[in-house]
Each structure stands twice: as structure tokens, then as C-alpha cells.
Design a protein around this ligand. Structure first.
Ligand code: GDP
Length: 325
């Protein structure tokens, strides 16, 4: 199929075309990559904008339950919802795959929902680029809200936050009154912390955890893109569908404020620059893993190990060869 036809079908909201387009951007083949670049240029022209919502949480906090309840709520409000995932470990773990349809049974049956699991790649740079392009494709296909799910593995939160307008951190109630080892860097990325499972016996613990995090957030350096009382912490129950409407209200309030104050567009521009730099880095690194540089590097590595050449000299030789490419 012509790329321009595929682009038209994606923009017309054809789900099969969208799935095919994502498969194309996920492909590592060089001829596919060239087509994918053309496709991304074509669909970029349509100028549609969705709300991109990043969601992170460790396994078991209730991400899929939350996405199911929250997604269904939005669909009932007449919105179209896409769910994507960033999971560099999915090919290896074989465990619960993020964005797996069986984890979101109701949502996956909705015609206004589109769910796509993480591309199975063990390398985060590759997963990041593919997901970012899938986000843009869903946006062009007319989805109003794009949820990008991740677990706390390595740098995956940074990746998701750099492709989201809003970043949510989902937590479970803590046993005691200690903060669950959430890294400061991740807290600093969050626009909204949602303490899930605020129901039944867990409700008091959830409220305590929420208060602890609200306190911790107050100590975090204020960012210019935040109105007075953000970032915030609140409790929800994905199972009982409680607090979801309130959380959605907060998200809209924050987004409206950022739009009015120029931070929404500013963030997207900064993200585009970030991805430009990342793509260059990623492209350069992947050159090193391809022939002829790959063999050259392993040959030189042995020489370096035997002390026949200095590391500095060997590295300079590789960089010279890279320039010749
Ligand atoms: P994920 O690994 O983050 O996607 O978590 P899941 O959505 O699979 O949920 C993990 C477990 O927590 C499951 O047993 C869910 O039933 C349970 N769970 C999820 N949300 C809630 C909630 O709001 N309240 C309670 N009590 N349990 C929940």
C-alpha cells in the first residue's frame, strides 16, 4: 500500500490502518524505517492534538485496573481512548505485559478504545522511539486521550514523562507511615500522585500514604509549569471507581492552566528537541553495533585487552571510521 493511502486511512480513523501503521514504525528494517519517516511526516500535517497522559507504577499497584476503570469512564463521556506502553523488559519477563488486552477486558471490547502492548524490544531507546511515533499516530487517528503506561524499570519513567503532557504516579497504600521507596527523581516528574486501593480495610492506610506524599510534594522544588497547589496527591479506588472523576477534574484544571500560560506548547517544543537529540544519540550508538564497525570494535577490544594499543588510540580509530560512514 502507498504510504499516502495508509496515512489517509489512519487520519480517517481506520483501526486496522492504525495497527498497520504502528507495526511499520515498530519495524527495525531499514526500508521500513524510510517509509515510517514519510508516514510520520504525512500524518503530522493533520494537526490534531490529543491529551497525552503518562502513568507509572510498580507491578501490583493497580495500573491495569485503573486504566480499565478510568478509560471506561472517559469512553462513557464520549471520548476516544488509546492505551500504549513502554516496557523494555516485556520480551524477557514473559510476565504481565503492559498494555496487554486481557488485562483490560472491558476496555479492549470498546470500539472507541485502542490498546497496543509495548513493542517487544529489550532496548529502551528503541522502545521509546517506537512508542513516541505510535502516540503521534493515535493522535492523528482522532483519539482524545492517549494513556502511556510504564513500570518503574530503569529510565522508563523519564521516557514516558518526556512524551506526556501530564505524568501520573500510581501508588498502593503503604503498610506503615514510611514513604514507599519512591525515588525523588520520579516524584519530581509527577504532576499528580494517585494512591490507589482507597477502599475497604485499605482505606485508612491509603489516606495516610496520601497525606505523607502530599507532605513530601510540598518539599519539592516548585516548577514554573505548576499552579499554586500542584503537584498534588489524592486517593482513588480503581476497583470501586471512586475518585476517578475528581482526578480527571484535577488533570483538566492543570492542563487548562498550562495551556493558558503557554506551558503546554512550551513543553511539547522542548520534548521535540529532546527526542531529536535522543534519536541522534540512538542512531549513532546503533551504528556501532552494525558491521563493519562491530567487527572493528571487537578486534580493537582484544588488542586493548592485550595492551597492544591504548584505549584512547583505539577509540579514536573507531570514531575516525564512524566519520567515514
Ligand atoms: P498492575 O500490575 O499495576 O497492572 O496491577 P493490577 O491492575 O493487575 O492490580 C493488581 C492487584 O491489585 C489485583 O489483584 C487487583 O484486583 C488489585 N487492585 C487494583 N485496583 C484496586 C483497588 O482499587 N482496590 C483494591 N482493593 N484492589 C485493587
Amino acid at each position: 500500500m502507498e504510504i499516502s493511502t495508509l496515512a489517509e486511512q489512519v487520519i480517517a480513523g481506520n483501526r486496522r490502518a492504525l495497527a498497520r501503521a504502528i507495526t511499520l514504525v515498530e519495524s527495525a528494517r531499514e526500508d521500513h524505517r524510510a517509509k515510517a519517516i514519510t508516514l510520520m511526516e504525512e500524518i503530522g500535517k493533520c494537526g490534531r492534538q490529543a491529551l497525552r497522559l503518562g502513568l507509572s507504577g510498580t507491578p501490583g499497584v493497580g495500573k491495569s485496573t485503573f486504566i480499565e476503570s478510568f478509560g471506561m469512564m472517559l469512553i462513557k463521556e464520549g471520548l476516544k481512548v488509546a492505551v500504549l506502553a513502554v516496557d523494555p523488559s516485556s520480551s524477557r519477563s514473559g510476565g504481565s505485559i503492559l498494555g496487554d488486552k486481557t488485562r483490560m477486558e472491558l476496555l479492549s471490547r470498546e470500539k472507541n478504545a485502542f490498546i497496543r502492548p509495548s513493542p517487544s524490544q529489550s532496548e529502551l531507546g528503541g522502545v521509546a522511539r517506537r512508542t513516541r511515533e505510535a502516540v503521534a499516530l493515535c493522535e492523528a487517528a482522532g483519539y482524545d486521550l492517549i494513556l502511556i503506561e510504564t513500570v518503574g524499570v530503569g529510565q522508563s519513567e523519564t521516557v514516558v514523562s518526556e512524551m506526556s503532557d501530564l505524568f501520573l504516579l500510581l501508588l498502593a497504600p503503604a503498610g506503615g507511615d514510611e514513604l514507599q521507596g519512591v525515588k525523588r527523581g520520579i516524584m519530581e516528574m509527577a504532576d499528580l500522585i494517585l494512591v490507589n486501593k482507597a477502599d475497604g480495610d485499605l482505606k485508612p492506610a491509603a489516606q495516610r500514604t496520601c497525606a505523607d506524599y502530599a507532605g513530601a510534594l510540598r518539599l519539592i522544588r516548585k516548577r514554573p509549569q505548576d499552579p499554586m497547589d500542584f503537584p498534588k496527591a489524592m486517593t482513588v479506588s480503581a476497583i470501586e471507581e471512586k475518585g476517578l472523576q475528581e482526578a480527571w477534574g484535577e488533570m483538566n484544571m492543570l492542563i487548562d492552566w498550562r495551556r493558558e500560560n503557554g506551558f503546554f506548547d512550551k513543553r511539547r517544543s522542548e520534548q521535540a528537541e529532546y527526542w531529536f537529540a535522543q534519536d541522534i544519540r540512538h542512531g549513532l550508538l546503533s551504528q556501532l553495533e552494525k558491521e563493519p564497525l562491530k567487527s572493528m570494535i571487537s578486534g580493537l577490544a582484544s588488542k586493548v585487552a592485550r595492551g597492544e594499543i591504548t584505549p584512547g588510540h583505539a577509540a579514536a580509530d573507531v570514531l575516525t571510521a564512524l566519520r567515514g560512514h
